[in-house]
Design a protein around this ligand. Structure first.
Ligand code: ADP
Length: 212
């Protein structure tokens, strides 16, 4: 977190003399209490300082990185996910290419009846098929997709940080957001309810940087 010179000075004063009142900090910096108000607000909102009535400001005991890490670990996939763009398992590569263009996404999820996850199609999966002499109108997506159980997925309750780690570790662009559903045969299926892509994470990164 980048702090202004004045905010750095306030932190130093609080570290050395806290708990200390706002008036006293203002005096030490030869400023008015009103001038300091926005800085004190930023420092308490960011979690670096704590304040208690009649006690004053004191150091929260958290480092700047700890504050950022706590924030990142508190954001859940549910709050940043997009709608999933899916194709049916019975569709053909041609349909998938058209869907990818129309929907303007880089990753499609392949589902069977009930929206249950069967596989993933990336741009390169589709491009690769155009290198061979395939008839993409008659080539089923099942032949070229990455299939279950090899599809890395996330859930609405998972932290965005953990999901981002999966994206990096598995070198993929997006994860299907799923929820477990019981199937008639007693097993469990994964219903696709969202999409978490590198774009969602970049957007969150930008928002965090703007101080949301
Ligand atoms: P691109 O192929 O455009 O580089 P990706 O890096 O996402 O896009 O995909 C690389 C490979 O990983 C592809 O073969 C794709 O099918 C597969 N893939 C994409 N997303 C996932 C995922 N969530 N889980 C498992 N495999 C995936």
């Amino acid at each position: 977190m980048k702090l202004s010179k004045r905010q750095e000075s306030i932190l130093e004063i609080v570290n050395n003399y806290g708990p200390i009142t706002g008036e006293r900090i203002a005096e030490m910096l030869s400023l008015t209490r009103a001038t300091l108000r926005p800085d004190l607000a930023i420092l308490t909102m960011s979690g670096l300082l704590d304040a208690r009535p009649r006690v004053g400001y004191f150091h929260s005991g958290k480092s700047r990185y700890r504050v950022v890490a706590e924030k990142l670990n508190s954001v859940l996939v549910d709050s940043v996910k997009s709608v999933p763009i899916v194709v049916n398992e019975k569709s053909f590569v041609y349909d998938a290419v058209v869907t990818m263009f129309i929907e303007d996404v880089g990753t499609l999820f392949v589902v069977r009846e009930g929206g249950l996850l069967e596989g993933v199609l990336s741009r390169k999966d589709l491009l690769k098929t155009t290198l061979g002499s395939h008839d993409i109108h008659n080539l089923p997506v099942k032949v070229v997709m990455t299939r279950m159980p090899n599809v890395v997925h996330t859930t609405p309750e998972e932290t965005v940080w953990l999901a981002a780690k999966k994206i990096i570790e598995h070198e993929v662009d997006a994860l299907p957001v799923v929820r477990k559903v019981p199937l008639e045969d007693g097993s469990e299926g994964l219903e696709v309810i969202g999409r978490l892509s590198k774009t969602n994470i970049t957007r969150l990164f930008v928002e965090l940087g703007e101080g949301y």
